[in-house]
Write a protein that binds this ligand. Structure first.
Ligand code: HEC
Ligand code: HEC
Length: 290
């Protein structure tokens, strides 16, 4: 190698190091509270279940105040709880650890188990940092006094969703597919809705992202789409921009307006690097025909 070529490599490495430092700096500049707000309000979209809605969208002054019927089907009538810091009707009397355990393990301070469809199985994979950020943000939202109807489960709830979780680290953001899998699973639970169910309510993880579950509501019935790389029934033939538009705005490739319950209003503000990671992950899903 000539000295000039070697200098070029050195310069390149130095610039890479600078760029890396800048991006780490940007990540570090986000406080836990800001991170928590982004997670809860945007990509995890907790309000899609926990904020009551009227014909014109979320009810004013009721953000995260619950008493919203998420699903009313033969096995259960699930009513989302008030997760604002109101002490009497919300979670204001819980410690940070108790709130964290409820989100990630589905166990309340009194030992009772949180029922479906809150995606606890996936939330078990939330990183310690993201969980702490969510808790910090939930503590900061306005307390709303609102009593939630109790959910009715006509199926037995599990005694727990598994052993205590312990410590969890998120995959490195530089690994777009792995980080995208983390976002599409534990954070945004895309795979919860978009993976077909087996008998008995377990998900068929051999068909991750292949869609097929039907969601009924005032809009009729919407069947979760196939997000695998199948060119015929999945997203294999879509451009990145078409996938991004569908996620952010709820407009499908052919211009059709997509139905709820996907959280388009929240997903509109997903950070561009997170969107890129989500798309990289979807592109990595082996094609499944449906
Ligand atoms: C798919 C709908 C859904 C999503 C998404 C969801 N939840 Fe829930 N959540 C529920 C339902 C329904 C309940 C009540 C279940 C029951 O009655 O056992 C609940 C219960 C809870 C509880 C227990 C509160 C109490 O007083 O019992 C907490 C805490 C909670 N959710 C936090 C969150 C957070 C934070 C998020 C976002 C990261 C979230 N949830 C996302 C549906 C959802
Ligand atoms: C609560 C369930 C739910 C969640 C969570 C969810 N989706 Fe969806 N998604 C649906 C349903 C149902 C449809 C089909 C709607 C229709 O056809 O009207 C859909 C449609 C789509 C489409 C459009 C496909 C097409 O053929 O038009 C894309 C892309 C998509 N989802 C990606 C995602 C991604 C990425 C995430 C996570 C960030 C996600 N979804 C989270 C239920 C969900």
């Amino acid at each position: 190698m000539t000295i000039e070529a070697w200098k070029r490599v050195r310069r390149g490495t130095a610039m890479l190091a600078l760029a890396l430092a800048a991006s780490l700096g940007a990540a570090a500049a986000e406080t836990p509270l800001e991170r928590g707000r982004y997670l809860v309000e945007t990509i995890a979209a907790c309000g899609n279940c926990h904020t009551p809605k009227g014909p014109d969208g979320p009810l004013p002054g009721k953000a995260l105040a619950g008493n919203w019927v998420v699903e009313d089907i033969p096995p259960f009538r699930a009513v989302a709880s008030n997760i604002t810091p109101d002490r009497a009707t919300g979670i204001g009397g819980w410690t940070d650890a108790q709130i964290g355990r409820a989100i990630r393990e589905g166990i309340r301070p009194d030992g009772s188990v949180i029922g479906p469809p809150m995606p606890i199985g996936l939330y078990r994979g939330l990183s310690d940092d993201d969980l702490a950020a969510m808790v910090a943000y939930l503590r900061s939202v306005p307390a709303v006094s609102s009593v939630s109807e109790k959910s009715t489960y006509r199926i037995p709830l599990p005694p727990s969703y598994g052993p205590p979780v312990g410590r969890v680290a998120a995959p490195p953001r530089a690994d777009a597919v792995a980080y995208g899998a983390y976002l599409a699973g534990p954070v945004a639970h895309c795979t919860e809705c978009h993976t077909p169910m087996l008998e008995g309510g377990r998900r068929d993880t051999t068909k991750l992202g292949a869609g097929g579950q039907a969601f009924a509501g005032p809009w009729g019935s919407a069947v979760a789409a196939n997000l695998t790389s199948s060119r015929t029934s999945g997203l294999g033939a879509w451009t990145d921009a078409e996938i991004e538009r569908a996620i952010r705005t709820g407009i499908s490739r052919d211009g059709r307006r997509l139905h709820p319950p996907m959280a388009f209003a929240e997903y509109r503000d997903i950070a561009p690097p997170d969107m890129a990671a989500l798309i990289a992950f979807l592109r990595s899903l082996p094609p499944v025909e449906r």
